[in-house]
Design a protein around this ligand. Structure first.
Ligand code: AMO
Length: 436
């Protein structure tokens, strides 16, 4: 390894210490006889000042530098009030490790000025910008925290296949792939496998994986490849047990982000409010009543909330101190949710979590009775024969169970307050984008 110190370890208290730093030339200012280089590494920025009078040969070398060149600089730390962080480096050796072509596709120091298309085309340059990099540091903190909650609560992490014989979420949105001599599909969701694993005795499980949706969309909250945090648990009494898990894990995750990603939130200029009260759990009918009576909004689809409806509900509950709510009991749900349960006042035990006016997850109690499951499939025009590999698991004993799938990209979008979900993904996929 090249021996070096990260810039964040060099502070005004490092005054007089000889050190070597390495990274990109973030900013470059030549003011005649003096060249200021701001070097950027993974941890931050540090100013380096080349003075012609002190070392003409080294100064000459610095005049050749370009933005984003990768350099190694040896020098001595000097405390100074002139520099942004109260310290700078007085260099004595400069090594160019790799040159950057000019012109650059965007100004990295002010990357958000470029349009999103250009930014995504040149993502490896775009993520160099500290504000963009902060999104991914925050994302990593968030995922680590969420995983930690589940591990601490005795959930097991599992891996289910990305290649499957049938889609769990509906036929039209599948990506077909050639699988030897037959057709297979990229997984839309680990749904069926989560349930088969509960049947197998994994009664507290989670999976962090990718799901693929061949949806034709042009929105700021959809992508074709999603990162999903999936959860399933057995021996539940109702969907409320599942909502409890989701509520506690999300609250913990957000608290950890506030503590552990404070500098990233600061850089992104976000004040993250963690919901402290219980998340309201309102029925689908109550949601529709609020939309109708408060906002005169009547979604066309009587079985779902539309984007505007979700936004309005988000506004309504935010004004009452609740950034997160559950909407429970959607009608006409997918075959794997329990629906029309005798005694229930709601149409199904399916819920969505809305956070700041956007759907973050779907979940619920599952149908674990084989006869009812098969009947619902038939009613919905789904051929049980295509799902025999799944249905067979229900013949050998399945405890009552439920779970949810949370869109990680949407959560990061909301937490980092990004306009477009693609900003929350390193290399997003959409109908027009398969590279880089
Ligand atoms: P659902 O299809 O609602 O449920 O997906 C769960 C969550 O995944 C996210 N999501 C998406 N994010 C970005 N782009 C998309 N195209 C996209 N599609 C979905 C959303 C959504 O809430 N099997 C069920 C979950 C379960 O019941 O356990 C499922 O996949 O945040």
């Amino acid at each position: 390894m090249i021996e070096r110190t990260y810039t964040d370890e060099i502070t005004s208290e490092s005054d007089g210490i000889a050190t070597t730093i390495a990274g990109h030339v973030h900013e470059l200012r030549d003011i005649g006889g003096l060249i200021f280089v701001i070097l950027r590494d993974r941890k931050g920025l540090l100013q380096v000042v080349f003075k012609e009078d002190d070392d003409p040969a080294l100064f000459e070398q610095a005049t050749e530098l370009n933005y984003e060149d990768i350099v190694k600089i040896r020098g001595t730390a000097a405390a100074t009030e002139q520099a942004h962080r109260g310290v700078e480096l007085v260099p004595d050796k400069l090594t160019l490790l790799s040159g950057a072509h000019t012109p650059l596709p965007m100004d990295v120091a002010k990357d958000t000025d470029a349009n999103l298309g250009t930014r995504l085309d040149k993502r490896y340059v775009d993520v160099r910008a500290p504000e963009t990099r902060a999104v991914f540091a925050l994302r990593s903190t968030l995922l680590t925290a969420m995983r930690e909650w589940f591990v601490a609560k005795d959930f097991e992490e599992v891996d289910t296949p990305a290649l499957s014989a049938a889609g769990a979420e509906g036929g039209a949105d599948l990506f077909p792939v050639v699988y030897y001599d037959r057709e297979a599909f990229l997984s839309q969701s680990p749904q069926l496998y989560k349930q088969m694993l509960v049947a197998a005795g994994f009664d507290r499980l989670f999976e962090v994986g990718h799901a693929f949706r061949a949806e034709d969309f042009a929105t700021s909250r959809h992508v074709s490849e999603i990162s999903m945090f999936d959860v399933e648990l057995g021996y539940i009494e109702s969907h409320h047990d599942v909502m409890d898990v989701q509520e506690e894990s999300l609250r913990y995750t957000l608290e950890r982000v506030v503590d552990d990603a404070a500098s990233e939130l600061d850089l992104l200029d976000v004040e993250l409010i963690v919901p402290t009260d219980d998340f309201p759990r309102i029925s689908f009918e109550e949601a529709q009543t609020i939309l109708r009576e408060e906002y005169d909004h009547r979604p066309d689809d009587q079985t779902d909330l539309d984007t505007r409806g979700e936004k309005l509900l988000g506004k309504y509950f935010a004004e009452r101190g609740h950034p997160a709510i559950f909407v429970v009991g959607y009608p006409d749900e997918k075959f794997y949710y329990r629906q029309d349960v005798p005694g229930d006042a709601i149409a199904s035990r399916k819920f969505d979590l809305l956070y700041r006016g956007q759907e973050l997850s779907s979940g619920g109690q599952r149908e674990h009775d084989l006869d009812r499951l098969t009947k619902t499939m038939e009613q919905q025009g789904v051929d049980p024969a295509d799902f025999e590999f799944y249905l067979d698991a229900f013949r050998y004993g399945v405890p009552p169970h439920g779970g949810y799938g949370l869109g990680i990209d949407r959560l990061v979008q909301q937490v980092a307050d990004l306009d477009n979900i693609k900003e929350a993904i390193l290399f997003p996929r959409d109908p027009d984008r398969l590279t880089p």
